[in-house]
Write a protein that binds this ligand. Sequence first.
Ligand code: FPP
Length: 239
Amino acid sequence: MALSGNETLPPPQHIAIIMDGNGRWAKQRGLPRTAGHAAGAESFRRIANYCRSLGVRYLTVYAFSTENWKRSQEEIAGIMRLLRRYLEEALQDMEKNRVRFRFFGDLSRLSPALQKLCLDAQNRSSEYDVQVNFCLNYGGRDEIVQAARQFALQVAAGERKPEDLTEDLFEHYLYSAGIPDPELVIRPSGEKRVSNFLLWQSAYSEYVFMNVLWPDFTPEHLDEAIAEYHRRNRRFGGT
Ligand code: FPP
């Protein structure tokens, strides 16, 4: 396994990324926002491959939030097209790449064609080890509400009692059920906000905010984020 950020320490097993700054990247070049998202999708491919080479087990990316529906029809359609294209390719190259796919979010609002691609990708990749979690029509608050609703329905049906609920049990109702929490959450683009991303799961994560737009994010930036994570870990780890 390659080591990164620090020559002796392994990388975090779960890294989560808010892929922010595509719009500004496009604007700086006088291009439509969709071109920024296309460059962002390329950046994702590059970073996903690099994470795999480092031995990172889980990569979770914020691809479309519950709030992103407020954007123009054209921009939404552009992002959905990129996701469709990516998943079609991933399905074709499944045996070569051996990546497991999971989707966090309420997929019911996506087009039937995209929903089917998500389900196919999830079902056909279930035995692979390295995992990419796509957050699609995802919101952290929405995730917690849908989890609470599922539990309430089970209580109403007599299958559970209110006092059964613990943090461990609650996690079973989240999209991330069975997946370890991310140790590191990265937000490029200079914004220093959580933006409704993995609210439950990032309770103890290290956040690294970086001044680079997502389409310009390189493996060296990831090394830098991991090095920062290790510095923080080493500072607090001894107590
Ligand atoms: C945030 O940047 C980015 C998004 C809302 C969309 C992210 C989507 C992709 C990177 C493409 C998805 C496809 C694949 C295959 C991963 P922003 O548009 O808010 O940037 P800005 O803050 O500069 O306007």
